[in-house]
Design a protein around this ligand. Structure first.
Ligand code: ADP
Length: 441
């Protein structure tokens, strides 16, 4: 109320001045009292008029959008304008801080690897992030306020929304039927719902690969086991001659070896998957690597093939020697196993144009048709199953080589044509290659 005092004092002062002036003028006409009263009234009316005009300016500003500041008024109206403006600015600042916070939150949700979509109580889309739009093939702006089941028509999804049992996620095909999505629905607010979408294509693929792998391993082990069990029964129940007994024992030995080889390769794969990346500063001399492999290849070939080793171009490779030697060994043994007698096998080390190091095994064997090449390094993939098994193959050799190559930052390259032999190359990046000082001619 303190603002009332100066205003009252001012009004009284003006009234007194008006009365004085009116009285003085009235005296001249012989109506001093009347003049004083009129003067006081006129002065009070003037004060009220000025007040009214100021108040009107303020009201005009208040009823506008109030983008400009309050009108510069003195006194009560000026003070009222300043206070309204201050309150307004405070509210605006709080609002813009909230808006900023909301924008940041939406930005964070937008950056989420999972899709987020909000539905109102009538299942109409209120908002979605980019990922949900990509997963479900929607447009965040165009599809707002659309009924979600008009756009996402997968029967499993529609039934899931209607059933209102949201404990478990529902799996539906991704946009345009590609991939697989898991959609989790969570109720919130008043009948609203939050949809979380996740692309589980890769997870499903890995799960399926694991299931296939276990099924394959079981099958690979069961076959020799069944054969072994049959032989054991034969020996237990039938009276065999010494020659027959020797033959059965030899066949049993073969099956046991087959299982041993399979378990050995499985353990190698498990070790590769479980161990740390090969060191980048442990140099393995190429001559030593190839020497060991050459000896083993000669033993396996037993003179049936011509073997040429030309590895002088590379001095050393950085990595795990046991892995590199096992990879090169696998390639070379395959060449021996698949190349008919009289064929030629070459083990060649070469430096690529980009400085990479290549260990290649080239043979003059039967070659491989192009449709098999992309899948050749998959576990248990064989072009000719019986040929592979007859020669002691486990179907895991190339998978091991590919794994070793990738662990060393390299790759396994396969070039082959039916009737023209094959070239398998283990290529390592330049950082893991030390070329020989003098390249032999
Ligand atoms: P496997 O134990 O069956 O040899 P791998 O993984 O080593 O398993 O090879 C996969 C398949 O690739 C083989 O079954 C065979 O069909 C084919 N293959 C591998 N090396 C050669 C080669 N040098 N010549 C022809 N075919 C080959």
């Amino acid at each position: 109320m303190f603002w009332l005092l100066p205003r009252t004092a001012l009004a009284l002062l003006f009234a007194a001045l008006g009365a004085g002036l009116g009285g003085w003028l009235g005296e001249a006409w012989g109506h001093g009292r009347l003049g004083a009263m009129l003067g006081a009234g006129a002065a009070a009316a003037l004060v009220a008029l000025v007040d009214g005009l100021r108040g009107d300016r303020l009201l005009t500003w208040l009823s506008s959008e109030m983008h400009d500041g309050a009108p510069p008024l003195v006194g009560f109206w000026g003070e009222a304008g300043v206070r309204v403006e201050r309150a307004l600015r405070l509210r605006e600042r709080a609002l813009s801080a909230e808006r900023e916070q909301l924008a940041q939150m939406l930005e964070a949700i937008d950056a989420s690897p999972n899709g987020v979509l909000l539905l109102d109580a009538a299942d109409q889309i209120e908002w979605m992030n980019q990922m949900a739009a990509a997963h479900l093939g929607l447009d965040p702006l165009r599809d707002q306020r659309q009924h979600v089941t008009h756009l996402v028509r997968a029967p499993a999804f529609v039934a899931h929304l209607q059933a209102r049992q949201f404990e478990q996620p529902v799996q539906i095909p991704g946009a345009q039927g590609k991939g697989l999505l898991a959609v989790l629905v969570r109720p919130y607010g008043q009948g609203k719902r939050l949809l979380l979408t996740q692309d589980i294509t890769e997870r499903e693929r890995v799960d399926a690969t694991k299931r296939d792998f276990v099924a394959n391993v079981s099958h690979e082990i069961r076959t020799p086991l069944t054969v072994l069990a049959g032989f054991v029964e034969t020996m237990a129940t039938l009276p065999l001659t010494e020659v027959e007994r020797q033959r059965v024992l030899s066949l049993m030995g073969q099956q046991a070896k087959r299982m041993q080889a399979l378990v050995g390769d499985l353990l190698t794969l498990a070790r590769l998957e479980g161990s740390a990346r090969p060191p980048a500063d442990q140099w393995c001399p190429v001559a030593r690597l190839t020497q060991v492999v050459e000896q083993e290849v000669r033993a396996l070939s037993a003179g049936r093939h011509e073997l040429i080793v030309d590895t002088g171009a590379l001095e050393a490779l950085a990595g795990q020697e046991s892995e590199l030697s096992s990879a090169l060994g696998n390639l070379a043994f395959n060449a021996v196993r698949y190349t008919p007698e009289g064929g030629r096998i070459q083990i060649i080390a070469r430096r690529g144009d980009d400085g990479s190091g290549e260990l290649s095994v080239v043979d003059t064997g039967p070659g491989i048709a192009p449709e098999h090449l992309p899948r050749l390094a998959e576990r248990f993939y064989r072009v000719d199953g019986s040929r592979s098994r007859d020669t002691g193959g486990t179907g895991l050799g190339l998978a091991i080589v590919k794994h070793v190559a990738q662990r060393h930052g390299g790759e396994l390259l396969i070039e082959s044509a039916v009737g023209q032999g094959s070239r398998f190359t283990l290529r390592l990046p330049p950082s893991r290659v030390r070329a020989a000082a003098v390249t032999p001619a």
